[in-house]
Design a protein around this ligand. Structure first.
Ligand code: ZN
Length: 349
């Protein structure tokens, strides 16, 4: 049995009919609904809703404290459900708060920047770090294509990096299975891989509605993969260790999805060099990132090669217990330095 959302709704104008989705799916039959919105588009979104009696809460920060605060309000308000409307931060805060209050949560995404839309994981800031916290999976996922198209294009494209990084994460998981006997869940791999492959080979990009639908569905499937696995394993390996290291060492650098794509490309390069992985696969990922104007080199995200070396050295420490190609190769700093120089030379445009 798989824990899965009851409804997935990807289309234009989805936000305006949120109340209908909630009633039709019998998620909230009495209209006692809380709505959490981000600071940006919050007012506009609340005005668009067909939920006359809903109570609107504004989420200003993506912190554990903000989420706990919202959780308390939800618990005391006797709501049937809460809808988190916005980007990743608002959705992550609402997922955590809903889990705390024990009510179902509907994720309403206004951009496609990463795969947290439908996942059982919240990534929240806490005491200088950004831990991934296990939460209840959203009961419904609504993606409004109108809002996605109005989001900054760079942000929408970054979701492509996150979904394509699944390919690298799966390789890491299977490596951990071969080397350390870690159980690999075939269903989780199926969801995560199909999501990535669907996006990897498409010639169109975010200007196309058809592409946005595939990207949205890919991100939802990635969330399903994590739900099946019970962890972020199928969508997070060396790629995400490198991204977490960059975020910790150089706060404010680029964004989640862009860094996931860059990390995945470097990890794939290591696989070609050290594990005899297919050069063609590396090229497929590289050309996909370039086609969508996503970063492939440290300099594309404003980092020097030495900064990137430091991040790769630091990466395994960001996720103790997760075995990836980085832990497997366990390269020295001098070897990483040579490998990054080689990488830049090889994948540079
Ligand atoms: Zn990710």
């Amino acid at each position: 049995m798989l824990p899965s959302p009851l409804a997935i709704d990807v289309r234009r104008g989805a936000i305006a009919s949120l109340g209908t989705v909630l009633a039709d799916r019998r998620i909230a039959t009495e209209g006692r609904i809380a709505v959490a919105v981000g600071p940006g588009q919050g007012g506009q979104i609340a005005a668009d809703l067909d939920l006359p009696q809903c109570e609107v809460f504004q989420v200003d920060e993506g912190t554990v404290d903000a989420a706990t605060d919202l959780g308390k309000k939800l618990r005391s308000g006797a709501y049937e459900a809460v809808a988190g409307i916005g980007g990743g931060k608002t959705i992550d805060v609402t997922k955590f708060a809903a889990t705390m209050a024990g009510i179902p949560m509907v994720a309403v995404a206004t951009n496609l920047a990463h795969d947290g839309i439908a996942s059982p994981v919240s990534s929240l800031e806490h005491e200088g770090g950004k831990p991934s916290i296990g939460v209840t999976m959203p009961i419904a996922v609504v993606i409004d294509v109108d809002y996605v198209q109005a989001a900054p294009p760079q942000l929408v494209r970054s979701g492509i990096g996150d979904v394509v990084s699944n390919i690298s994460a799966i390789e890491d998981w299977e490596l951990a299975g071969r080397i350390g006997g870690e159980p690999v869940d075939g269903m989780a791999v199926t969801f995560a891989r199909v999501a990535a492959e669907a996006v990897l080979h498409r010639p169109d990009s975010i200007e196309s509605d058809a592409f946005l639908a595939v990207l949205a569905e890919g991100l939802v499937l990635s969330g399903m993969a994590m739900s099946v696995a019970g962890s972020s394993r199928p969508a997070s390996g060396a790629c995400h260790e490198i991204l977490h290291a960059i975020t910790q060492l150089y706060p404010g650098t680029s964004n989640h999805g862009e860094l996931a794509g860059l990390g995945a490309l470097y990890a794939s390069f290591l696989r070609v060099r050290h594990l005899g992985w297919s050069q063609r696969r590396l090229e497929e990922i590289r050309s996909c990132l370039i086609r969508h104007r996503l970063p492939v080199l440290p300099s594309d995200v404003g980092l020097g090669d030495d900064d990137f070396v430091r991040a790769v050295v630091h990466a395994p420490g960001t996720r103790p217990g997760r075995f990836t190609i980085l832990e497997h190769l366990s390269l020295s700093e001098a070897e990483i330095k040579r490998s990054v120089a080689d990488y830049v030379e090889t994948v540079g445009r």
